[in-house]
Design a protein around this ligand. Structure first.
Ligand SMILES: [Zn+2]
Length: 59
């Protein structure tokens, strides 16, 4: 199992949509999460720990 960095769900890497970023492969529960990640990977990877996506700036 792999973790969807967007929503935090556990996903099956055999079936899940995936993308490669910075040499690392990421898996998603759905295409919606995948496109959200591809649009702004830093948003989901930057805040290692808690409150990812609640940073300043953005919207
Ligand atoms: Zn997801």
């Amino acid at each position: 199992m792999a973790k969807d960095p967007v929503c935090g769900m556990q996903v099956d890497e055999k079936k899940a949509p995936s993308t490669t970023h910075g040499g690392q492969k990421y898996y998603f529960c759905c295409d919606g999460c995948k496109s959200a990640f591809e649009k702004d990977p830093a948003k989901f990877l930057g805040g290692q720990g808690s409150h990812a996506g609640h940073g300043h700036g953005g919207h």
